[in-house]
Ligand binder design. Structure first.
Ligand code: MG
Length: 158
């Protein structure tokens, strides 16, 4: 058996009046992510981690934000497409671990729903899918609620 590790990072700007979607789950919020797609910063970081594990480039290479095809697209569709690239090469996901960095809103009540959503999209057992969240103690741009960042780490095996 061979294993591969991948990491991904993404950050999106927040503006009032936009919807907020994280890990495919709609989160009630006064602010949402500015984006060409649906702005799901968590799924974008996850896609980059999956692509990175197999040195397949990044999400911008496969789904350019200059293309009308991806305007407003549900990021779960992008994730499914990345998953296909992984599985058609004979790899499977061992586990995923995501850390959301945001000051507001409190996402603790939605963590389980986010894990279930990703487990369902990726066809994984729930215990292989971790989603965590932290604030930045009001420090920096994230602390000023100007944006949301996400780190994702994944392990692949074949
Ligand atoms: Mg992004």
């Amino acid at each position: 058996m061979e294993i591969r590790i991948g990491n991904g990072f993404d950050i999106h700007k927040l503006l009032p009046g936009l919807p907020l979607k994280l890990c495919g789950v709609n989160i009630p919020s006064e602010r949402g992510c500015v984006a060409h797609s649906d702005g799901d910063v968590a799924i974008h970081a996850l896609c980059d981690a999956l692509l990175g594990a197999l040195a397949l480039g990044d999400i911008g290479k496969h789904f350019p934000d200059t293309s009308d095809e991806y305007k407003g697209i549900d990021s779960r569709i992008l994730l499914k497409s990345v998953l296909e690239m992984i599985t058609e090469r004979g790899w499977r996901i061992g586990n995923i671990d995501i850390t959301l960095m945001l000051q507001k809103p409190k996402v603790a009540p939605y963590i389980l729903e986010m894990r279930k959503m990703l487990a369902s999209v990726l066809d994984l057992d729930l215990e292989r899918v971790s989603v965590k969240a932290t604030t930045t103690e009001k420090l920096g741009s994230i602390g000023r609620e100007e944006g949301i960042a996400t780190f994702a780490t994944i392990l692949l095996f074949n």
